[in-house]
Ligand binder design. Structure first.
Ligand code: ATP
Ligand code: MG
Ligand code: MG
Ligand code: MG
Length: 357
């Protein structure tokens, strides 16, 4: 009997639209010819307001690629507790949710309570991978190289007009310009700004505070570092893919560069000396284990060619999963085609669930 795979997508996140595209690609791979007798896909759509839609509605969203319009009425709390009846028949959940309320451990906690295996990291790995400050603290503890950074809270930015100038003085002295200001819990570069001056720093902090209570400010990695990424697959003994590079003309890899056709190119495998590839793959696996990740993750680095320095930037526990996304392409180039990749992820989910019981 084929496994019933609950493909969970959409979500209460700024990356809702990307999630729909990831789910469509995952659905195709799960139903590829080689997988027909292995999986039966049941799509579930999480609306922007948090309501669940079962396969009848979700299939339409998958096919159209268009989110269901959500009105501005406050959501009916009783309705949030109602799951589509098909949900109870799922054997393995496959979330392709990106960002808060999906990649951050919240959905993983729900699935854990439901006692069903799911693809990807558990509560700890997901939450630690989503919060850039928690993530950097764990990476530092594991001895992984990173840029200098400081934690700032929304209340420091907004509540006290006397504190704010001192805060900016301190950030300038510690990190210099340019620096990067980021909401701690987001993705797709949403809310991220590069600050080159005091005025830009102040504006960037104000803007980041509108996205998150926690803000991270980072020193820039070199002038324009090369951006290289490694895919990780597995549970306790993960494997690392070939290295991919992202090339683009814009100032940094911002939202528009990520999602405008042709604004960025993926180079797979990246042209790098073998020892650099080796170090990146080793660090990617160390980063994965440092956060107790499971199943999959994409680990992003900065490589400063002039000095040979490598900085670990971040881990993404539910990376973009469209057919043109880095994660599946890295495995394709490593010798694991997309249909095989999704099947391995399902198998890893079951394996981890069994071990965790
Ligand atoms: P993702 O979509 O990969 O989840 P994200 O929203 O988590 O992205 P980051 O990867 O932290 O954001 O940063 C987005 C981009 O901003 C980087 O790819 C890079 O171009 C630029 N950037 C961020 N931090 C730095 C830094 N310290 N030095 C240089 N460039 C940086
Ligand atoms: Mg990220
Ligand atoms: Mg992300
Ligand atoms: Mg990134």
């Amino acid at each position: 009997n084929p496994l019933r795979i609950g493909l969970l997508f959409g979500g209460r996140s700024g990356e809702h639209e990307v999630s729909i595209r990831s789910a469509a690609a995952a659905a195709r791979a799960l139903q590829a010819d080689s997988n027909r007798d292995r999986h039966q896909v049941l799509p579930f759509y999480l609306q922007k307001d948090g309501l669940w839609q079962g396969p009848a509605v979700a299939q339409g969203v998958l096919e159209s690629g268009q989110p269901l319009p959500s009105d501005d009425r406050p959501v009916d709390r009783a309705a949030l507790w109602q799951f589509p009846p098909e949900a109870s028949t799922v054997d393995v959940w496959f979330p392709t949710l990106h960002g808060p309320n999906g990649e951050d451990g919240s959905v993983q906690g729900l699935l854990q309570l439901m006692q069903v295996p799911w693809v990807g990291s558990g509560v700890l790995g997901s939450a630690a991978g989503m919060d850039k400050i928690a993530m950097k603290m764990l990476f530092a503890q594991a001895g992984l190289p990173q840029v200098a950074y400081r934690l700032v809270t929304r209340s420091e930015v907004w509540s006290n007009p006397c504190v704010f100038p001192k805060l900016c003085d301190q950030l300038e002295a510690d990190l210099g310009y340019p620096c990067f200001v980021k909401p701690a819990n987001l993705g797709s570069s949403v809310g991220i700004a590069k600050a080159r001056s005091r005025a830009e720093l102040e504006a960037a902090l104000d803007s980041a505070a509108s996205f998150d209570r926690r803000i991270i400010v980072e020193a820039a990695a070199g002038g324009k570092p090369r951006e290289v990424e490694c895919a990780v697959l597995g549970n306790d003994q993960p494997i690392a893919s070939v290295i991919g590079e992202i090339t683009f003309e814009s100032e940094f890899y911002d939202y528009d560069t990520k999602y405008s056709d042709g604004a960025a190119d993926l180079v797979i495998p990246a042209a790098l000396p073998a020892p650099v590839v080796d170090r990146l793959q080793t660090m990617a696996k160390e980063a994965f284990l440092a956060l107790d990740c499971a199943g999959l993750a994409r680990v992003d680095f900065f490589y400063v060619e002039a000095t040979g320095e490598i900085f670990l930037n971040e881990i993404n526990t539910l990376p973009g999963f469209t057919a043109t996304s880095m994660y599946p392409q890295l495995w394709e180039a490593t010798g694991i085609p997309f249909p095989e990749l999704v099947h391995r992820l399902v198998t890893l989910a079951i394996e981890r669930h069994t071990v965790a019981q």
